[in-house]
Design a protein around this ligand. Structure first.
Ligand SMILES: Cc1ncc(COP(=O)(O)O)c(C=O)c1O
Length: 450
């Protein structure tokens, strides 16, 4: 205790740049406002909240007395189940020994950035944690600009421009990361864009990391497209990551995985990741891995659960999207996951009259004046000095709009899930209605600033 000196002499230069993740920060802000008795519509945190599928929950309970460390690469039963699941999805044979389990896909992504050579090409906007992870691994980020309307589509010229910029600034772009469906945009690549990206990576010998944590939450088949499908995984320098957190509402259990190609590149990277894991996290939690081995199963029960989860995310996310559109905001139609990414730039004059010139200021105004928590586009790499669309973007997550409390999640959650299979049923989602109301009120407030 005692010394009030700053970090000098304590932290490394890289560690001094670390900040609490923006998603966790907004969660704390919401909790503070709730504790003071304010009402908050929480659209700031992308945490899936459906009840755990019953067989998965039972497997976790039954394994609670397994306290031994599991193998570094993960429980063989789980690796087999993931290999089977991905073989079915990707239409190619994935072997269990190509799969590595970890306590979440986040540490796996960090480990990959840490061990692979070169700087990273990242689409703008991208999930909040990639950029800090890349910087902490001592690498540089070179942004790939995306379509102004949907903030997701990438063209050959935007890829080449980012690559050239990297080289001309003395960088060494040798890794690219993509995330489809995307956090924050809710957009998903189609086959044409995936082809553009894979051809570009092949041309420049770039390793492609495909973060597919939301790949089972797509609103139509044509958007469940992977650069690792068919023979593509084993023929190239590609690594796929995924996990239990989103489709199965089990983020806190911390189970993620990576799939490596069966080739010289894949074996080399996989060996390094296993060595890294053995020195860093040892293994993911045993009960959680036992539960995950049930969750990723291709059984009819799990297929049903997955389809119910997708149907609900689709219903809720598209309803919010529609309401935002009707409010006059510029918002692309989500194709998957549980995010909407509106821009308030149609209200530029009103915002400027309120002194709001950045997405950060907009997000503050929205939570403080209107009780709506949403993340600013700037934490996803949007440039406040850039285009208007980027300056006034917010990311809204719909995943907290189902249940008021943990108790309600389990009292009515299975009924809500079951209702998703019945297209004629419309189980009410009062939190969704409240969110829409709060946003409509916020827009009315803006319109009143003439
Ligand atoms: C795009 C994306 N990738 C990866 C993760 C990390 O997921 P986990 O570490 O829980 O597997 C998240 C979580 O929010 C995410 O949104």
């Amino acid at each position: 205790m005692g010394s009030t000196n700053t970090n000098s002499g304590v932290l490394t230069a890289l560690a001094s740049q670390l900040r609490l993740s923006a998603t966790l920060e907004i969660n704390e802000l919401v909790q503070q406002r709730l504790a003071k008795g304010h009402k908050v519509v929480h659209l700031g945190f992308g945490e899936a909240t459906f009840p755990i599928q019953q067989n998965v929950a039972a497997a976790h309970r039954e394994a609670s007395d397994i306290t031994s460390y599991l193998p570094v690469a993960g429980l063989m039963k789980l690796r087999q189940v993931i290999a089977k699941f991905q073989s079915r999805r990707l239409g190619t044979a994935i072997r269990p020994d190509q799969v590595v389990i970890a306590p979440g896909s986040k540490p796996l992504l960090f480990a990959l950035f840490d061990i692979l050579q070169g700087d990273v090409l990242l689409p703008r906007p991208s999930w909040v944690s990639y950029e800090p992870q890349i910087i902490h691994a001592g690498k540089r980020v070179f942004w790939v600009e995306t379509d102004e309307e949907d903030r997701h589509t990438i063209t050959e010229s935007s890829l080449e421009a980012a690559f050239k910029k990297g080289i001309s600034e003395g960088g060494d772009p040798r890794i690219m990361l993509i995330n489809s469906p995307s956090n924050p945009t809710g957009q998903a690549f189609d086959q044409r864009v995936i082809h553009t990206i894979t051809a570009f990576c092949q041309r420049h010998n770039i390793t492609l990391i495909s973060d597919e944590i939301y790949s089972d939450i797509t609103f139509s088949k044509e958007h469940n497209v992977s650069p690792c499908s068919g023979s593509q995984l084993n023929n190239g320098q590609k690594i796929m990551t995924g996990g239990l957190s989103k489709t199965y509402s089990a983020g806190g259990w911390r189970v993620g995985y990576a799939v490596f190609p069966k080739n010289e590149f894949g074996e080399k990277v996989q060996d390094a990741i296993l060595a890294y894991a053995s020195e860093c996290w040892s293994a993911a939690s045993a009960p959680a891995q036992e539960a995950a081995a049930v969750a990723f199963d291709t059984s009819p029960e799990m297929d049903l659960y997955r389809s119910q989860v997708v149907a609900l995310h689709k219903r809720c996310t598209l309803a919010l999207y529609q309401a935002l559109r009707e409010c006059g905001l510029a918002v692309p139609e989500p194709k998957g996951a549980f995010y909407v990414y509106p821009s308030f730039h149609p209200y530029k004059t009103e915002l400027e009259a309120l002194g709001i010139e950045t997405s950060q200021q907009l997000s503050r105004w929205l939570i403080e004046e209107c009780g709506v928590a949403a993340l600013p586009g700037s934490v996803f790499g949007e440039d406040d000095a850039g285009s208007l669309g980027g300056r006034y973007r917010l990311r809204m997550a719909t995943s907290y709009l189902y249940f008021q409390s943990h108790a309600e999640r389990y009292e009515s959650g299975y009924e809500v899930l079951a209702s998703a299979s019945d297209s004629s049923s419309t189980v009410p989602l009062p939190l969704l209605n409240e969110a829409i109301q709060a946003i409509q009120d916020a827009v009315r407030k803006l319109q009143a600033v003439a």
